[in-house]
Design a protein around this ligand. Structure first.
Ligand code: AHR
Length: 305
């Protein structure tokens, strides 16, 4: 980890409780709420002086939060970057102040990889690929897809779109006929799906949603149009929140690929290891599964988010 030595000297100096600032994207989805809670609960368990900033969906709020964490001389900054680009100046400020930055959930694009200590999250490309491969099998490589994209410019929207496109390119009968952002929100998914149904009507066979909240919003629009989600229109989605697993059991979502948000313990373990001067993995990916009608019932009771 590029910051290992720097981190060791900065963090081990503190006898006081560890002070960590977390710049979260916002509260756009059930996934996000579960992720925030995982971080807050774990920080409380460990007696960490934890400063939580809700970016309310705006990069400028997250940048402001990072500057405030620097001014408060936190021991480490955790950032879930809402979009991929535009972070270099503020991360340079953190580096100059000797504060390591741990990226979680989403990656960034930067020419200077030394601006962050390490990354912890899911492999969004793999999630998109899993969704596409499952779908291709389900529909025998034929169908007209509408895509509900996540927040424009965000790593999950970019990667899930790219992976899905790459995978369905192998099936000439599978086509994306329309694609728009619902911003990872339930209301966004509903609104965009209403517009898709108005424009394309019965030509739509499949919805690919970049997250469950948008899929659940789309289900409302589909039902309001008098159609049966999961039957008239196949729905594949990502996150595997409890409500979506229930929708799989109810036959309204056909498949949801997991994106596990419960990695608070892993984040604080990593910060503790960095503090002890240990080398940590540069990029660490969570293991994600896929749920459909064959396995959803078996996991619903133990689903934590
Ligand atoms: O970055 C992870 C994505 O962000 C989740 O899939 C989505 O639900 C969230 O808002």
């Amino acid at each position: 980890c590029a910051f290992a030595l720097l981190t060791a000297s900065v963090l081990s100096a503190a006898d006081k409780p560890l002070k960590v600032g977390f710049a979260q994207t916002g509260a756009e989805s059930a996934w996000r709420t579960a992720n925030s809670n995982s971080m807050k609960n774990e920080a409380a368990k460990r007696g960490i002086d934890f400063k939580f900033a809700d970016g309310q969906g705006k990069q400028e709020n997250q940048i402001r939060a990072i500057r405030s964490f620097i001014a408060q001389r936190v021991d480490a900054i955790v950032l879930a970057p809402i979009v991929e680009t535009g972070w270099d100046p503020v991360l340079r400020e953190a580096k100059r102040a000797g504060i390591p930055v741990v990226l979680i959930d989403r990656t960034i694009q930067t020419a200077d990889e030394s601006l962050y200590a390490c990354f912890i999250g899911s492999d969004f490309y793999e999630e998109g690929r899993m969704a596409a491969d499952w779908l291709a099998k389900k529909v025998n490589g034929t169908g007209s897809i509408v895509e509900l994209q996540g927040t424009p410019g965000s790593a999950p929207a970019n990667e899930r779109r790219r992976a899905f496109g790459d995978a369905i390119a192998k099936y000439p009968g599978l086509k994306i006929i329309d694609s728009q952002s619902g911003d990872f929100r339930r209301a966004g998914g509903k609104e965009v799906m209403e517009a898709f149904l108005k424009k394309h009507g019965k030509a739509i066979n499949i919805v690919y949603a970049h997250n469950d909240d948008m899929a659940l919003g789309a289900i409302q629009a589909i039902e309001q149009a008098g159609l049966k989600p999961g039957q008239d229109i196949i729905i594949v989605s990502i996150d595997a929140i409890k409500e979506a697993i229930q929708a799989v059991i109810d036959g309204k979502i056909n498949c949801t690929v997991e994106c596990n948000p419960l990695f608070g313990p892993k984040v604080f373990d990593t910060i503790a290891r960095m503090r002890a001067g240990e080398k940590v993995e540069r990029k660490s990916f969570n293991k994600d599964e896929l749920f459909d009608s064959t396995n959803a019932s078996a996991v619903i009771a133990s689903r934590e988010y």
